[in-house]
Design a binder for this molecule. Structure first.
Ligand code: C2E
Ligand code: MG
Ligand code: MG
Ligand code: MG
Length: 285
């Protein structure tokens, strides 16, 4: 219910039925693309320890005419299975890039440094994807260095085309983020073969960071790997001040999570930036 938020009312049994009713929902999704039912929200990626916004991640939302907000955890995998993901992904990329251009125009140096976009396995495997992305960016007048492409380990390992696409995107100057790191078909050789800029350490590891747990050991160790390989570590799903503080002490410079900010509409990102600018002398101390 929370406007634009990342929270869902899971107690609603309709969601269970939705998840089962693939065919129906797939047809609805095709309509969603032409009927303007999709929109993007943006979650701040912040610098530790003060929480100043450095970038944002674009996250897609679907306002279904009968069912209300359908979570991307339901419709993205569905679109991935039936092939609509290519069209959906293109829509997301176009809109996120257009928003990046708008922010740059309207906010100048205060604009988010980078806008992250999630790209699915299927999209990455489309032969024309890197070239299409390059054309889109130059058409919008957005520098490749301002866009981060978030991919999962599993997506990159899926096909040779996917790995090749990631290399081409990186060569064009986009940042590659390995999303949900540690939860896919993790292979450290991916960090050797693939030009990774950011390692987004999955929430399931961050959850355990304040306890004496294997997750905490992994979170700590990943800093050594990312520093040695000149990557940035980004902690995902930070929900408490204790976690943020512990991550900062472990050497994390970047984080994302409800403790700092939930996904929000583009207008609210601007309000947040304006509020932070007012306090910037303090934030920079
Ligand atoms: P993700 O890319 O790992 O995105 C982060 C997800 O974690 C988002 O969920 C975000 O709202 C949620 N999150 C962030 N901070 C916290 C926190 O502190 N606590 C908790 N519990 N959750 C947090 P969302 O928006 O529901 O997206 C879920 C997944 O759906 C994304 O995971 C991504 O894999 C996929 N997705 C979302 N938008 C797109 C898109 O445009 N294209 C593609 N291909 N996938 C997308
Ligand atoms: Mg992501
Ligand atoms: Mg993620
Ligand atoms: Mg995730």
């Amino acid at each position: 219910k929370a406007a634009g938020g990342g929270r869902w009312t899971w107690f609603d049994p309709i969601m269970d039925r939705l998840a089962d009713d693939d065919a129906r929902l797939a047809a609805d999704l095709r309509q969603a693309l032409v009927r303007d039912q999709l929109f993007l929200v943006y979650q701040p990626i912040v610098e530790l320890p003060h929480g100043r916004l450095t970038g944002v991640e674009a996250l897609v939302r679907w306002r279904h005419p009968e069912h209300g907000l359908v979570p991307p955890g339901v419709f993205v995998p569905l679109a991935e299975r039936n092939g609509h993901i290519v069209e959906l992904g293109r829509w997301v990329l176009e809109n996120a890039v257009a928003q990046a251009a708008r922010w740059e125009r309207e906010l100048g140096p205060a604009a988010p440094d980078k806008v992250s976009v999630n790209v699915s396995a299927r999209q990455l495997g489309e032969p024309g994807f890197p070239a299409e992305t390059a054309a889109l960016l130059s058409g919008a007048g957005v520098a490749p260095s301002r866009i981060t492409v978030e991919v999962t380990e599993t997506a990159v390992l899926g096909t040779g085309t996917a790995l090749q696409a990631v290399r081409e995107l990186a060569a064009q100057g986009l940042t590659i983020a390995l999303d949900d790191f540690g939860t896919g078909q993790s292979s450290l050789s991916l960090l050797v073969d693939c030009p990774v800029g950011w390692l987004k350490v999955d929430k399931s590891f961050v959850d355990g960071v304040t306890s004496d747990s294997p997750q905490a050991v992994i979170v700590d160790s990943l800093i050594g790997i990312t520093e040695g390989l000149r990557m940035q570590a980004v902690a995902e799903g930070v929900e408490t001040a204790e976690q943020a503080e512990r991550l900062h002490r472990a050497g994390y410079r970047f984080a994302q999570g409800y403790h700092f900010a939930k996904p929000m509409h583009a207008d609210d990102v601007e309000l947040l930036i304006a509020a932070q600018e007012d306090f910037s002398p303090y934030l920079r101390m």
